[in-house]
Design a protein around this ligand. Sequence first.
Ligand code: V47
Length: 344
Amino acid sequence: MNRLNFEQSLELYEMDFFTLGVMADERRKELHGKKTYFNINRHINPTNVCADVCKFCAYSATRKNPNQYTMTHDEIMEIVKDVASRGAKEVHIVSAHNPNTGLEWYLEIFKKIKTAYPHLHVKALTAAEVDFLAREYDKSYDEILDLMVENGVDSMPGGGAEIFDEKVRDFICKGKVTSAQWLEIHEKWHARGKMSNVTMLFGHVESRENRIDHMMRIRELQDKTGGFNAFIPLVYQRENNYLKVKDFMSANEILKTMAVSRLVLDNVPNIKAYWVTSTVNLALLAQEFGANDLDGTIEKESINSAAGAASANGVNLEDFVAQIKNSGFMPVERDSLYNEIKEW
Ligand code: V47
């Protein structure tokens, strides 16, 4: 298939729903057949105290949530010990932007985890956190990224990308890492031979044009670096936040966006239907609209569940696997870098 330009990509949204789905499914099959990847992971969100003020965020304690918390390293290690003993292969560690902890609190925990559990993959620190730490502690992005490598971070999650269009970004999360900076940080990370993911927060005030523009900017960087493992469209959750959006995006538009992303991002290997924000049912359907990855069992999740997602306690592994099988796909457990571990 020829590479789609901006106009052609936008026109995909005007296609018949099922025809678009079939096109995305064909592309998915070329790349992954009937395999659906997942991993056994644990999300840890060590602090909700935040110096930034994103309108869509319900997690940050400085806004509507009066319950501030900051975990100690011992508390984090207790969680890691527990999940490692139960077979987790990855810890996904993302925090708010807490100005009170010191840089060491953010970074040394990775070394502690790696020393105690060398086999665990540490996916940690979004580009938004990297930018915050650089500003707060007067360091360059290169210095922070080097410290991450030194302390044992294996890969970076895709959070903080939101929507790259500057006007929308200014409206929903003014003051946070800019789009150019977000991309710059990931480019620098990839230059260190490391992989990352990239998200897109949609279903709020953005237009279809904004979504295509977001995908185009990702595709351009991926051409240069090849460092993105997965694209993760995050469906906006409406509760407990300051971005007043009444209507939940339709399933039709969510699935179309998954399919469009599969076709537009011709150089990104994996499209992740993140069941946390789409619901498990829709994530299962998304497998027929281009998605080939359902993230993982998660166990506990605080950022999206604060805004209404049903993810506070993750999903049961056996149920998850059975649901993938019952929907006609082959559940394949992967590691964090998409090496296959086991067909379930
Ligand atoms: O960056 C915040 C989003 C992200 C809301 O890399 C919201 O594998 C919806 O990035 N509604 C954090 N979304 C989660 C994230 C992620 C998740 C799973 C896997 C990976 C990966 C990354 O959550 C934030 C922000 O974009 N978010 N508030 C909300 N109300």
